[in-house]
Ligand binder design. Structure first.
Ligand code: NAD
Length: 509
């Protein structure tokens, strides 16, 4: 069993403990975690750059088909014993993992920030959202009793929830701890062996999660980490012993993974990208909307699938827009807002702003002119950007930009706003800001989105309410968290039992 993770140490001074991201002195070697051992993959080398500093902070080798075959084989063997372990005993491992995780929250948040560009506060919040899912998984031992009934004299029927076996998960860069923790606790506590391929841009956090699970007593082979990019992901999805795949990432790859997996008879739940709309009505509370909307599009530097991307400003909402700009303008890079994941993505965002301007948008706030933080020279920085008078058919209004950019479309009526919202093929989130219940109810009813908010900029449901979109934001059945995730990671076995003939026999007795 591994001891405390000692592979990376942060020396915090008390005064800056919660505010500064620490550089690492040496590049971190990231490896695969296979059969309970850390070992390198055999594929090509991959470098991991920190968005904060722009330099290489970790190196690793991608996993080859042979690495995947070995890992899945060991997982398959280990799963047999894990499934035979009572749910209550499996749950104890998760309890200990939770304690370990909370004891290392700040160091782990630092790792998440270093590799993903989030602020420390955002990293901590993401990990704690993962803990919330973990707590839901812990509750299953008391909630999910299957169900048994005497259906006829001497005959009983019962449900038994059975795991899927070896399951896999492919995760994106933007939440290196939270998104994996949407699925790891639930899949594992239900008795599966779990193969995780983190994003090749943010693989370091996987070291924390695997080490802390090992320290909690998780048997070897139940959590496997395979590093790598698209080829490794394809090898995992294509492996015949992997029964179930969850994917979170961009829509084009989500759709491909869904098609590839289901064509091979696997169960697949694939969450894709987003273009989230906010319907801003003239009677909206100024404070609620100023903070709610600016936090939504600038939080995680706009790199989250729940970020507001388009404001549909109905009627005269100028005073609200002024407030949003005023608040966004006050945010300081490196303190209130994190960095952009790569140089290429930063370049793409710059080009998107140029294109929007060329298409007629008026720039109310230009993030390209924001001052990069002195503590994080070399990083990839863009300030909040507000584009006004954006046309519904322009790129800034239609495609997912994934950066701190909000496009305001002026609308005459709610009908026009809803028509624009509903013509977008994504369906992750939509929010309305208003003081009028009936208007809010109209948006709730008409919005084609899996998650809808009222006066909330980021309408993420809290557990036990499941997370997930519709349309191009989700492929497959079930949800990624909450009780509706149970059918993703398990099947129900229906058992009918009779021990002896009954004298008062009916057709079943
Ligand atoms: P991405 O699609 O580039 O990568 C996601 C994962 O897919 C990574 O692990 C990557 O290695 C893997 N991958 C790459 N090519 C592949 C291929 N050909 N086959 C199989 N797997 C492959 O996404 P990203 O840039 O890391 O993350 C940002 C995207 O994720 C955004 O679109 C965002 O909206 C989306 N996202 C969605 C949700 C949600 O809940 N809907 C949550 C977080 C992020």
């Amino acid at each position: 069993m591994a001891g405390n993770p000692t592979w990376v140490k942060w020396s915090f001074g008390e005064e800056d403990k919660l505010s500064l991201i620490k550089r690492v002195d040496n590049q971190i070697q990231v490896e695969n975690f296979v059969g309970g051992q850390w070992k390198s993959g055999q594929g090509e080398s991959i470098e991991v750059e920190s968005p904060y500093f722009g330099d290489v902070v970790a190196v690793m080798k991608a996993s080859t088909q042979a690495d995947v075959d070995e890992a899945v084989g060991l997982a398959k063997q280990a799963q047999i014993g894990w499934e035979a372990t009572p749910l209550k005993e499996r749950t104890q491992v998760l309890f200990r993992f939770r304690e370990n995780l909370l004891a290392h929250l700040d160091e782990m948040a630092n790792t998440v920030s270093l590799e993903s560009g989030k602020t420390l506060g955002e990293s901590r919040a993401g990990i704690l959202k993962g803990v919330e899912v973990l707590e839901f998984a812990l509750s299953l031992q008391n909630l999910d009793q299957g169900g048994r009934m005497e259906v006829s004299r001497g005959v009983s029927c019962e449900y038994r929830r059975i795991p899927k076996g070896v399951v896999a998960s492919l995760t994106p860069f933007n939440f290196p701890a939270m998104v994996p923790m949407w699925t790891i606790p639930i899949a594992i506590v239900l008795g599966n062996a779990y193969i995780w391929k983190p994003s090749e841009k943010t693989p370091i956090t996987s070291k924390w999660i695997a080490d802390l699970f090992t320290k909690a007593g998780l048997p070897a082979g139940i959590l496997t980490v395979l590093q790598g990019g698209a080829d490794t992901a394809q090898a995992v999805v294509g492996h015949s012993d992997v029964s179930t795949v969850s994917f979170v990432g961009s829509t084009s790859i989500a759709e491909r993974v869904y098609q590839q997996g289901t064509a091979a008879g696997k169960r697949v739940l694939a969450l894709g990208g987003a273009k989230n709309h906010i319907v801003l009505l003239p009677d909206a509370d100024l404070d609620l909307c100023g903070k709610g909307i600016s936090d939504s599009f600038t939080g995680c530097a706009g790199q989250r699938c729940m970020a507001a991307s388009v404001v549909l400003a109905v009627g005269d909402s100028q005073v609200h827009i002024d407030r949003i700009v005023q608040r966004a303008k006050s945010l300081e890079l490196g303190r209130d807002m994190g960095a952009i994941i790569t140089k290429q993505q930063l370049q793409f965002l710059h080009e998107s702003i140029e294109k929007a301007e060329a298409a007629g948008a008026k720039i109310l706030l230009d993030g390209r002119q924001a001052t990069p933080p002195a503590d994080y020279k070399g990083g990839f920085w863009l300030g909040p950007t507000v584009l006004d008078q954006v046309l519904p058919e322009s790129e800034a209004a239609r495609i997912e930009l994934f950066g701190p950019i909000i496009s305001i479309i002026r609308c005459q009526t709610i009908s026009e706003a809803m028509q624009i919202e509903n013509s977008n093929a994504y369906g992750n989130a939509c929010s309305v800001f208003t003081k009028t219940g009936a208007l809010a109810e109209r948006v709730i009813r008409e919005a084609k989105a899996g998650m809808v908010g009222v006066n909330v900029g980021v309408p993420v449901p809290r557990e036990p309410f499941s997370f997930g979109g519709i349309g191009l934001s989700k492929f497959g059945q079930g949800e990624i968290t909450g009780e509706h995730s149970l059918p993703v990671w398990s099947d129900l076995k229906k058992v009918t039992i009779k021990w002896e003939a009954q004298s008062d026999a009916n057709w079943m007795s």
